[in-house]
Each structure stands twice: as structure tokens, then as C-alpha cells.
Design a binder for this molecule. Structure first.
Ligand SMILES: Cc1cc2nc3c(=O)[nH]c(=O)nc-3n(C[C@H](O)[C@H](O)[C@H](O)COP(=O)(O)O)c2cc1C
Length: 202
């Protein structure tokens, strides 16, 4: 069974989402030592933003030579995703949504004919059957009862993106309010780490 572990926080060892995503992977690895784990750090090895040349190449136009390495990296990212049975993602909230590094990765995996297609009844997901677990960290609180609920475009966005590819039941482990104060951060992180240890085995 293959697990793809992705991190996208720019805060290195100070990152909350990295600590929680690592705890999730540890829990799953302990429960299933035979897991085949691939790690991708989107800040250490970022994928470029899409350009007109990328889109032309996807339509079959000859790609400029300088795009070659990037297209290879793109194909590798898509292959890793398609091969994974479980995907664990560390996803911090930056400016109300995912980091641009994570968006650049999504731009490489949300590919017509690979992870979704247009059928007679509209778009159909082609990547169903994967288990996706997301460690999200947010500076504030975005629950439905809060004044900031309408600004939540992290969890809702990822739920939509994976649902579009046919992946339902995405599991979110949130650490919220981590910028509200040290006590909030400590309690929230402890709760998320505890939730990670209680995850169902792979
Ligand atoms: C550039 C930047 C933008 C941020 N924007 C938001 C935001 O819009 N809403 C929020 O609640 N917290 C925001 N925060 C706080 C982060 O969500 C919080 O620090 C979280 O722990 C980041 O996850 P990480 O520690 O894994 O990087 C922002 C932090 C940074 C560095």
C-alpha cells in the first residue's frame, strides 16, 4: 500500500501543519509498517506556476526545450498521486486559503483525462478510492458560528477539489486559533496530535 505525504508550509520546523502531518504518517506507519511512503516537500522542491506554454504542451504543441525538466516534474507529481492509496497533506491557511505552492501542485494533478473527465452528465472524478487526510492549521477560528466563517477557503476548497476528482470522505485534522495566543496554540496543536494518534489504521 502506497502513501504520499505532502507538506506545504513555509515555516519549516515552526510549522504546525508539518508537525501534524508527520504525526498522521507516524500513526499510519506504526499500524502498517509495510507502507510504501513517498515524501514531497512543496517548499523545498516547488512546482512552477502554469504558463501558456504548459497549456499548449498539454494540447499537444511542441514544448520549448527549457520546459522539459518542469514537464518531467509535473508528470512525476501526477504519477505519485495516481499511484497513492493514501494521501496525507499538511495544509496551512495563508490569506484564507492554501499556500500557492500547494495550489501549484493541485494544478498538476487536476488533469482532464487523468483525474477527472467530462462525461455525458458533466464532470466525473477518476481518482476515487483514495484515502485523503489533511492536517490543516489556521491562525484564527472559522467555524460556521464565527464571524469569519465566510472567509474559510482552505478546508472547503480542498474538499471540493478532491470531491471533483471522485475522492469523498476527505478526513481533516484541524489545528485552529494558533495565532490567537500561546494557550490556544498549545491546546489546538495537542488536540490535533491526539486526533492523529486516534486515526483508523491504513
Ligand atoms: C503568510 C501568512 C498568511 C496567513 N494568513 C492567515 C489567514 O488568512 N487566516 C488565518 O487564520 N491565519 C493566517 N495565517 C496564520 C497561519 O494560518 C498559522 O500560523 C498556521 O499555523 C500556519 O500553518 P503552518 O504553521 O503549518 O505554516 C497566516 C500565516 C502566514 C505566514
Amino acid at each position: 500500500m502506497k502513501l504520499l505525504h505532502i507538506d506545504s508550509s513555509v515555516l519549516g520546523p515552526h510549522s504546525v501543519s508539518r508537525q501534524v502531518s508527520a504525526a498522521i504518517v507516524d500513526r499510519l506507519r506504526q499500524a502498517t509498517p509495510s507502507l510504501d511512503i513517498t515524501y514531497r516537500d512543496l517548499t523545498q522542491t516547488p512546482l512552477a506556476h502554469l504558463s501558456g506554454s504548459h497549456l499548449a504542451a498539454a494540447q499537444g504543441a511542441p514544448a520549448p526545450a527549457e520546459l522539459g525538466p518542469d514537464l518531467a516534474a509535473s508528470a512525476a507529481a501526477l504519477d505519485e498521486f495516481l499511484a497513492a492509496d493514501i494521501v496525507v497533506i499538511g495544509a496551512p491557511m495563508y490569506n484564507f486559503t492554501i499556500p500557492s505552492q500547494l495550489k501549484a501542485w493541485i494544478d498538476r494533478i487536476l488533469v482532464v483525462g487523468k483525474t477527472f473527465k467530462y462525461g455525458a452528465a458533466g464532470p466525473e472524478g477518476l481518482a476515487g478510492g483514495k484515502r485523503v487526510i489533511v492536517a490543516i492549521s489556521r491562525g484564527g477560528y472559522y467555524g460556521v458560528e464565527t464571524p469569519y466563517a465566510a472567509g474559510e477557503h482552505l478546508e472547503s476548497y480542498l474538499r471540493w477539489v478532491f470531491g471533483f476528482m471522485g475522492i469523498t470522505g476527505v478526513e481533516f485534522i484541524p489545528a485552529d486559533g494558533v495565532q490567537v495566543g500561546p494557550d490556544h496554540r498549545e491546546k489546538s496543536l495537542a488536540g490535533a496530535l491526539q486526533a492523529a494518534t486516534s486515526l483508523r489504521a491504513a
